[in-house]
Design a protein around this ligand. Structure first.
Ligand code: IMP
Ligand code: MG
Length: 179
């Protein structure tokens, strides 16, 4: 992989390699497979960012499960706007279901909190989160983040689904903003 990538006006450098991502995802998948082996959960993949993580995670979860794809949006540029819009595309009823929200990254937590607040009144049996990355020091909410592949510093990253103004999602590893 190149040691610098230019996206719009910004330069990014390597941060987490593909092998490290893969083994972390493997572990998360093993945890989910164990915890949900008798449950038939509903995975709710939050697009666009989670598409690559979801594919890598779900093909390693050897349990019976449903998968749906939803959209929300809260980010413009490199700062979380906190302005989360409605959830689009939730076509499966979630009442009495064990729901697992699949996210690319948990930053301030505004997006995931909005998802909890929208979904909890629909009376699911449980809601858990599985995120590729977790910026633990930036997290402002109380909802537990039960599953995450890797904790990262409070820095802006791209790749593996994550974008900077829509570029960088297809990079097969994680790059960080050059300081
Ligand atoms: P939060 O609402 O602040 O937790 O932000 C969640 C959403 O912001 C994620 O689903 C991403 O789409 C986006 N986001 C947060 N941090 C980053 C980052 O470092 N790079 C790219 N997108 C990010
Ligand atoms: Mg996202």
């Amino acid at each position: 992989m190149p040691n610098e990538i230019q996206l719009h006006d910004k330069t990014f450098v390597p941060y987490i390699g593909a092998d490290q991502l893969e083994s972390a995802i493997e572990k998360t998948a093993a945890q989910l497979s164990e915890h949900y082996k008798d449950k038939q959960p509903l995975f709710v993949v939050v697009l666009n960012g989670a598409f690559m993580f979801a594919a890598e995670l779900l093909k390693r979860c050897n349990i019976k499960a449903e998968v749906v794809f939803v959209r929300v949006a809260s980010y413009s540029g490199t700062q979380s706007s906190g302005d989360v819009r409605e959830i689009l595309g939730l076509t499966s009823p979630i009442e009495h279901r064990d729901v697992i929200l699949i996210e690319d990254i948990i930053d301030t937590g505004h997006t995931i909190a909005k998802l909890f607040e929208t979904l909890l009144p629909k009376n699911p049996k449980s809601i858990k989160v599985a995120s590729l990355l977790f910026k633990k020091l930036a997290y402002e909410k109380a909802y537990p983040i039960d599953y995450y592949a890797l904790e990262i510093e409070n820095k802006f990253v791209v790749g593996y689904g994550l974008d900077y103004n829509e570029l960088g999602r297809n990079i097969p590893s994680i790059y960080v903003l050059k300081s």
